[in-house]
Design a protein around this ligand. Structure first.
Ligand code: AMP
Ligand code: MG
Length: 517
């Protein structure tokens, strides 16, 4: 008889950053750009260009994620650890790091944009984490690369802090996401025109160390296909399926990408997360939330809401459109894979699987949000339909409503309303809801584990930014702590679960944002 045991690949104790052992499979297994000149240019027949971070004036560690540190088996550096700040600020490379910028393209707002690539992100290398999984460490804001086009390769503190905070918050909400290890202030300023109104001004610069098994996006495949670089396309497909999809065939890998993306969209929708810029270069091949820019969380429930002021006209990437856009994006990936998968039926099957996965996951999520074991009874569709109609009619905070629905009374739900509570209609609906759920066992527990109390609201992130710009890290530290347990009550932090205050409704960064970062 054979006994199978769960073997932990390595039980190495946490080490200092400087003791990490780096590997570089992306660099070793994929075609490199033979040109090493670091200036903006078109690159051919390559998946990446070797490029080093540009040093910054005075790197200083502003924030650290213990959860990501633990994932990687790295000890939290002391606040004054100069080596850590230098490595994470891009001023010093550790032995065996082979930094690179990836080459990719993408469809932006529905139009093919040609070559984009890592214009300010530079991967330092890969490590094998204590759980045996490979993780890439990447600095965002680390300086110019051949893919920077006309931009400066840098990032401002406000957008970096937002990415740092939300990637960790997403993970703790149970949503697949790229992670963030550190936030480093560069001691340099970066000039940005935040409102796109001709008033550029210097802002503090920062660098986030992002972490993911892979940062490959749909756009990495699209660019190679667009340029008819089929040998490189095949190598990228082989690299991805071998390293991240257990050696499945390309067909099966595409289908799994579709499935993971379907699950991800259900997660975003159940939580009221709006990514804001779902271009194909901002969708991960691993089904992770990636590239946090002008994202937001639904406050008033509104299918057409987008936090991205750049998209206010077309609303292509608004809350209610996300599942549809994801499928549109996957169709672009399917086209890019045609040279490798001539059987279109296989690709069509993937797109259908996306739709089926999303529908099933969304139905499950709705059931959980309402605290029922399944939405399978006559009248359930009408009950859900009426609820969403009600939520849209009066400005209702999505997060607070579902959290407080665990106690289904008008009084309990009052704090979810930005204006008047529709007592009559809501009262009628609550009676139906109580009737429907009276024999459901475990309703409240189910709801508590599906409806977070705390999300990374834009105005909370903005308060952390304002404080950090004044040299005060405590606001961010408290926010990070609370967002680590988003489904817990944490009554001492009740103020962070409140409705967006009225002063924040139209204040820059507190609800809507531009793409400036
Ligand atoms: P995004 O919409 O932020 O994901 O970025 C789209 C493209 O623009 C990517 O290729 C980025 O690398 C590039 N990009 C954005 N900001 C900068 C910057 N400040 N410097 C260089 N490239 C940038
Ligand atoms: Mg991007």
């Amino acid at each position: 008889m054979v006994l199978f045991m769960q073997v932990k690949i390595s039980d190495r104790p946490a080490v200092d950053l400087s003791q990490l052992r780096f590997e570089n499979t992306f660099v070793a297994e994929l075609p490199a750009d033979p040109v090493l000149v670091n200036r903006p240019r078109q690159v051919h027949n390559a998946c990446y260009t070797r490029v080093e971070p540009t040093p910054v004036a005075a790197p200083r560690l502003l924030a650290w994620s213990d959860a990501t540190g633990e994932l990687l088996g790295i000890k939290r550096p002391a606040a004054n650890d100069a080596l850590a700040a230098e490595v994470l600020g891009g001023n010093r490379l550790l032995p065996a790091m082979q930094p690179y910028a990836a080459r990719y393209g993408g469809h932006q707002f529905g139009h093919w944009a040609g070559q984009l690539g890592d214009g300010r992100a530079i991967t330092l290398g890969e490590i094998i984490a204590p759980d045996g999984r490979r993780q890439e460490l990447q600095l965002k804001g680390a300086g110019r690369t051949p893919y920077s086009r006309t931009a400066d390769g840098r990032a401002v503190l406000r957008s970096s802090l937002r990415e740092f905070t939300c990637s960790e918050a997403m993970h703790h909400l149970g949503v697949p996401s790229t992670r963030a290890l550190s936030l480093v202030g560069t001691g340099e300023s970066v000039v940005r025109d935040m409102f796109y109104d001709g008033n550029a001004r210097p802002e503090p610069g920062a660098i986030v160390c992002r972490v993911a098994p892979s940062f490959v996006r749909l756009g990495n495949f699209e660019l190679l296909a667009d340029r008819d670089e089929h040998a490189a396309l095949r190598r990228l497909a082989d690299y991805v399926r071998t390293n991240y999809f257990s050696g499945k065939s390309i067909e099966e890998t595409f289908q799994e990408i579709c499935q993971r993306t379907g699950e991800l969209m259900a997660d975003w929708m159940r939580l009221g997360f709006v990514h804001g810029v779902m271009n194909t270069d901002n969708l991960s091949i691993l089904g992770l939330t990636i590239d946090y820019g002008p994202y937001g969380w639904l406050e008033g429930y509104d299918l057409e809401w987008t936090p991205n002021t750049t998209d206010a006209q077309g609303r292509r990437y608004c809350y209610g459109n996300q599942p549809h856009v994801a499928q549109w994006n996957l169709a672009r990936l399917a086209e890019a894979l045609l040279p490798l998968i001539p059987d279109q039926a296989q690709l069509q099957a993937g797109l259908t699987l996306y739709a089926d996965t999303f529908s099933a996951a969304w139905q499950r999520a709705l059931a959980q949000k309402l605290g029922v074991s399944a939405l399978d009874q006559p009248g359930d569709d009408a009950l859900v339909g009426e609820l969403f109609r009600l939520l849209a009619e009066q400005e209702t905070d999505f997060t607070i409503f579902f959290r407080r629905l665990a106690t289904p009374t008008l009084e309990s739900l009052q704090p979810a309303y930005y204006g008047d509570l529709p007592s009559k209609e809501l009262g009628t609906w609550l009676k139906k809801y109580e009737n429907r759920t009276k024999s459901e066992i475990g309703r409240v527990e189910r709801m508590r584990s599906a409806n977070p109390k705390y999300v990374c609201r834009n105005y909370l992130a903005q308060q952390a930014i304002d404080a950090m710009e004044q040299g005060d890290a405590t606001v961010l530290e408290r926010l990070l702590l609370v967002l680590q347990k988003p489904y817990d009550e944490q009554p001492e932090h009740e103020d962070l679960a409140a409705r967006r205050p009225e002063w924040a409704r139209h204040k820059a960064g507190c609800s809507a944002l531009s793409c400036s970062s």
